[in-house]
Design a protein around this ligand. Structure first.
Ligand SMILES: Nc1ncnc2c1ncn2[C@@H]1O[C@H](COP(=O)(O)OP(=O)(O)O)[C@@H](O)[C@H]1O
Ligand SMILES: [Mg+2]
Length: 290
């Protein structure tokens, strides 16, 4: 185990590992997930999963959406905003959702981030931009069902794990059907577990195919490697849109912690160890090490 801090570089030189299994999230800045992979590239040490370009791009929701939009992959309309004034001039229709441009795990996305009009803002945008030290994106709200899909492998052999549905019926009636900070970390948590997920999702073949096609396409376009997880939500006509791409997905091993990739892998018949080894083997194959 090598801690992902500034001493890591020297430890890699000392240890000379054959390959590094990378789970380093970093701690600050939009390039935080890229720092360790970039060190490893400089040292010519192979590592699992995506490269710095993909990791930084996917952490920046605006850059990700620009790439998806260029390739005509459906994703909700958006605008990058730093202030209430910019939001008013953005032209994004209500309802909309406000999200920090480069966070994860629902950081900065609260139940109150879903706005039905400018009145709901209450001065919070300017405050949050200062607090999170980054722009926010204002994104058209998708009213439909939500799914998240794990992808394993590479190239022609990349495949989707069973689709996970986020079950908003499990939330109390007064909260919005979004996977907000409150929903992810306060309403659901150890000792207070709610049935937030259904895997496999209860969907017909047609929708299943549409979702799989969209997520595999998104991973291919963003050059995700070995493993990743893509969030998807349906619009009012039940068409899937990509919400975000996670090339460094959460992998908490304890089923009680409700990590979606391990959950989907378990549904597909993988043990946790098999999920990890599958990912490692995908990387070894990419580097021609098997
Ligand atoms: N455009 C949108 N329409 C509807 N819900 C959304 C939209 N964007 C985000 N959400 C809700 O907010 C949650 C968190 O947003 P997401 O972009 O996945 O951020 P994070 O990186 O924190 O997971 C999603 O799981 C979804 O429930
Ligand atoms: Mg998400």
């Amino acid at each position: 185990m090598i801690e992902a801090d500034k001493f890591a570089y020297h430890k890699y030189i000392e240890e000379q590992p054959d390959i590094v299994f990378n789970i380093a999230e970093g701690s600050s800045g939009v390039n935080r997930e890229s720092q360790i992979p970039a060190m490893l590239e400089l040292l010519n040490i192979p590592y699992t999963a995506s490269d710095p370009l993909t990791l930084s791009t996917c952490l920046d929701k605006a850059r990700t959406k620009e790439i998806l939009s260029y390739h005509n992959v459906p994703n909700p309309k958006f605008s990058v905003v730093n202030s209430k004034e910019q939001l008013i001039n953005s032209g994004i229709q209500y309802p909309l959702i406000l999200k920090p441009v480069a966070e994860g795990s629902s950081k900065g996305i609260f139940d109150s981030s879903l706005l039905t009009g400018i009145d709901g803002l209450n001065g919070t945008l300017d405050k949050r931009v200062a607090e999170y030290r980054q722009p926010f994106i204002a994104e058209e709200y998708l009213p439909g069902r939500e799914f998240t899909v794990g992808i394993l492998g590479n190239g022609e052999r990349a495949f989707a794990l069973p689709v996970v549905e986020i079950n908003f019926d499990a939330l109390p009636e007064h909260v919005n059907p979004i996977y907000s900070y409150e929903a992810k970390w306060i309403l659901d948590g150890p000792g207070n577990q709610i049935e937030m997920y259904k895997c496999p999702a209860d969907i017909d073949n047609e929708l299943h195919e549409k979702i799989e096609k969209a997520v595999l396409n998104a991973c291919r376009l963003l050059n995700c490697k070995d493993w990743s997880r893509v969030d998807v939500r349906l619009d009012a006509e039940d068409n899937p849109h990509i919400i975000e791409v996670n090339p460094l997905p959460g992998i908490l091993p304890d089923p009680k912690n409700n990590s979606c990739l391990p959950k989907a892998a378990r549904t597909a018949g993988f043990t946790y160890a098999e999920l990890i080894n599958f990912t490692l083997n995908s990387a070894l194959a990419r580097y021609g090490m098997v």
